[in-house]
Write a protein that binds this ligand. Structure first.
Ligand SMILES: [Zn+2]
Length: 321
């Protein structure tokens, strides 16, 4: 299938469910990028009564965000512990933490690569300020392997995030020592996550930095081609990544909102601004002003993906009406 996609022989890929395509996040994001590069639409056909449609939509959004910082994930490599054979760092026994095997002979912890990757991802998400409950939801939606049980829970995620084993440490005599097992996350990352989880326990979450606001250049003049009603704004946040969309969610006139009429704000704005000759580097306030000057309305056809621009003609001034 990839061969056909690369040769340009496909316009649309139809899958019964997203997880039929791949259950592995990395394969998925790679495939997702590949589809985007070759302008192949991805169609997910799911029986509406399963309730899985919302999840698929959510997953597509998550994946779009994910593919942007998947690189970060792969960059956070599993760190080698410098501690080699410090006697007090040796493990005596006990339950084997998720992310490791216990060597049957020496009882020492050996990294399980597949699980270790999940540990790194959990810490990376926590480092971006996501609470354990949200991390658990994402992990479940993306079907990350679990350490026993079918689903991740907030409690499990928290237990992992606060387990010093992953930083390569062992407890001995009420003190932490350098362990002789391999750490899965570096000390700095581990320390940052401890601060974040401690903050969360002791009070309301700190506002981390100023919230970026998207300018919504087309607000008020973008209409849904399907029903003719104005399209609303919608943002999907994923850690530091914010995705902005315009979507038809109006129930004006007592009619149901249109299903699935949604378009990336950046995409549609770039298209419209280019079409009317407004520079993309211009400040958003000026862009908005120029758009209002030039256009009466923009209509987005969710089925064909086409935009219809209705221009304000120069002669069309209020005086001549
Ligand atoms: Zn509509």
């Amino acid at each position: 299938m990839l061969g056909v996609i690369r040769s340009g022989g496909i316009e649309r890929l139809v899958t019964y469910r997203l997880d039929r395509l791949s259950r592995n996040l990395r394969h998925f994001t790679t495939l997702f990028e590949e589809l985007k590069d070759h302008d192949v639409e991805l169609d997910v056909v799911t029986a509406p009564d399963t309730g899985a449609v919302a999840l698929d939509t959510l997953m597509l959004n998550i994946l779009a965000s994910f593919s942007e910082f998947e690189q970060d994930f792969t960059a956070s490599r599993i760190v080698e512990s410098r501690a080699s054979l410090k006697a007090h760092g040796r493990r005596i026994g006990g339950a084997t933490p998720f992310g490791y095997f216990a060597d049957p002979r020496t009882k020492q912890l050996v990294v399980c690569e597949e699980e270790a990757e999940v540990i790194v991802r959990l810490f990376t998400l926590a480092d971006r300020g996501l609470p354990p409950s949200v991390i658990a939801k994402y992990a479940n939606a993306l079907r990350w392997i679990t350490g026993g049980g079918n689903r991740w829970t907030a409690r499990q995620v928290l237990a992992i995030l606060t387990n010093h084993t992953y930083a390569g440490l062992v407890e001995h005599g009420n003190k932490l020592h350098e362990g002789c097992h391999q750490a899965l996350v570096d000390r700095e990352l581990y320390a940052r996550v401890q601060d974040l989880t401690a903050d969360r326990r002791t009070g309301p979450p700190r506002q981390r930095g100023g919230r970026a606001t998207f300018p919504w250049v087309l607000r008020g003049i973008l209409f849904c081609g399907n029903c003719g009603r104005p399209m609303g704004t919608h943002t999907v946040r994923f850690g530091p990544v914010v995705r902005c969309y315009y979507r038809c969610r109006s129930t004006a006139g007592g009619r149901e909102a249109c299903e699935g009429v949604m378009i990336s704000a950046g995409e549609v704005e770039a298209a419209v601004l280019t079409e009317i000759g407004v520079g993309l580097s211009l400040a958003s306030k000026e862009q908005t002003a120029k758009v209002k000057e030039a256009l009466r309305s923009v209509t987005y056809d969710g089925t064909s993906g086409m935009l219809k621009l209705v221009r304000i003609e120069p002669a069309d001034s209020p005086a001549s009406v």
